[in-house]
Structures are given as C-alpha cells and as structure tokens.
Design a protein around this ligand. Sequence first.
Ligand SMILES: Nc1nc2c(c(=O)[nH]1)N[C@H]1C(S)=C(S)[C@@H](COP(=O)(O)O)O[C@H]1N2
Ligand SMILES: [Mo]
Length: 351
Amino acid sequence: MSAISLEELQLAARNHGMPLEALRYAVTPVGLHYLLIHYDIPVVDATEWRLRIGGLVDRPLEISLGELRAQPSVEIAATMECAGNGRARLEPHVVSQPWLAEAVGTARWRGVELGPLLEEAGPQDAAAEVVFTGLDQGIEGGVEQQFQRALSLTDAVESGAVLAYEINGEPLPPQHGFPLRLLVPGWYGMTNVKWLTEIELVAEPFVGYQQAQGYRLRAHEDDPGEPLARMRPRALMVPPGIPDFMTRHRTVFAGRCDLEGRAWSGRAPIARVEVSTDGGETWADAEVEPGPGPYAWAGWSHAWEAGPGEYELCCRATDASGDTQPLEPEWNVGGYANNAVQRVPVTVVPR
Ligand SMILES: Nc1nc2c(c(=O)[nH]1)N[C@H]1C(S)=C(S)[C@@H](COP(=O)(O)O)O[C@H]1N2
Ligand SMILES: [Mo]
C-alpha cells in the first residue's frame, strides 16, 4: 500500500470510520457511526434556523424546527456508506480521505418525508431537479462553496427520502448535521446533505462542484464520467479473534470460530453472502438473516472449523439484481465505489 501523507492523516483524524467490530450491532451506536465532513462542523442556533423551500414552486415554504417536529414523522433504518470507502486500497494511490473499508454505519433516522413536503410546496411544470444546500462552507477544487447536492425531482419524490432530525432516537448531534439532514436510503453518503438549510427546485441540471466535478466515476482525467448514486453491494466481517496492537493482524484460537458480519446494497436486497478461508479460491454460503429494515444491511454468519495455520478470510455479497463484488479493486480517478472483497489475514494457533 502506498504511503499516506500528513494531509491525508489530517483528514483521517477528523473523519473517522466505524471500527469493524461494531458490525456486531444491527443498528450502529451513534458515536461508532462513521463520519465525513468536508469543511468545518457549523454551530447552529436551532431557534434562528429555518428550512426554506423555494425556486420553481407555487408556494415557497419557510419552516422552523418546531414546525417540522410537529408534522407526521417516519423512522427508517438505513445503511449509509461513503462513496470513497475502499479508496486506500487502490493502486495507483488516490489522494483524498484514505478509507480502508470502515466508512459505513446503520442508523434509525426519524424525520419528515421529503415527497409530501415537496408536493405541499407545489412543484411547477418546469421543475426538473431539487438542489439541497448545507450551511457548511469551504473551498474545494479552488471553488468557494457551501456543500450542495441535487436529485432529480423524480428521485426526490420517489426514493423514500426523509428530512431527518433524529438519529437512533436522539436529536442529531452536530457532526451528523444538526438540526436537519437529508437521508436518501440506498444512495452513497454524499447524497445525504447535512446542516440542511435550503431546498431549491430548478429547471436546469445542477452543475455545483459536488455534482459536476466531485463524486463521479471517471476512468481517466479527461473522462466526464458517470455520477455516483446507489451503493454497490458489499459484505464486511467482524474481524475474528484478537488483534495485534500495531499491525492489527488477527490471532484466532483453533476450534469452532463463528464468522459474522453485515452485507448491503443500495440497488436490490441482499440475495447471497459467501465466505472464503483461502483468499477467494473456494467459497461457502453464509447464512443470511434480515436486517433492521428494507434499507438496512442484512446480517450473515458462518461457522468455521479453524485448524492451526495461516488463512486469508474473505466475504462476498450478491444482491437480487445479480450484482456482486469483484475480487480485485477497479481503479478510477476519484477512488470511488471500490467494493472489492474484504481480505482478513488470520493466524490460527492451538488453543
Ligand atoms: N453539508 C454536508 N453534508 C454532507 C457532507 C458534508 O461535508 N457537508 N458530507 C457528505 C458525505 S461525503 C458523506 S459520506 C456523509 C457522511 O455522513 P455522516 O458523517 O453523518 O456519516 O454526509 C454527506 N453530507
Ligand atoms: Mo462520502
């Protein structure tokens, strides 16, 4: 693996992953959920804060947090993964937040459904896209900006998106977007705009930095690429046994070892999870159990009779559309959507 720079360490020390042993929880405890914050976490005075819905609508809205909380709410359990998850495994090295595999978490998000709220505002015929603006500000690619992302009006209405003010039954903490964030189940993390303050309906395709420059799958520098949208299938395992402090290499004691983990896809339900103990040469089916909701990861487990020796454990998810994980990473300019199978070297020692 190529060396990580101090600048990348600076990002990695701010944006933390979910320690993989937390895959044991069907719903990730808030402090263990991964975090990704492009700029600074804004401090928001909830009494001053308003959500504005405007642009190509018949009835522009300005809503306080109290008014939002008074509306009918829904709670969805959703698995969210950063589009950059797996980036640090790519060769040649892609400079950005250096995730290995841990940029994921599952939370119960409570809030107001986006679709009905947009209907209330009355989208005009010309409205084609919905632009979401966060309060956080920074400079990226030389462009001064607030974090912004857009969805087509159809996706905004039909994706089951929620404007969330609670995570796991508590008000959003500052780092997860207090007081309000967008949550679009099944989509990669960048879709879910935090510190949401404005929703604008527009006629033309949105060309903001995070839409037109960032978060695109590009094969080479001159390739305009495809925008990232829904999460590719991925399975991860709880690293078995005990870790070495420095290398994290796993030691497992011989005998029965219950391998377990979670698997998700933003495109279709998980249909199959397989496990390999020989680096992907041979595979066995794991048992799959439903997760905490249709938008959340499934649980999987597999009993392994571990004899002394060296092993490379792998797991691989396949979703109901037939989409599965590659054995080797597929490189792209931004280092996105690398869902190559996880590999966990372990040493099994006599008990
Ligand atoms: N306003 C704003 N929203 C944002 C971001 C951000 O930097 N600013 N980061 C995005 C990215 S890239 C990801 S992966 C998710 C991470 O959400 P979390 O930190 O709550 O896990 O938030 C998204 N929403
Ligand atoms: Mo992300």
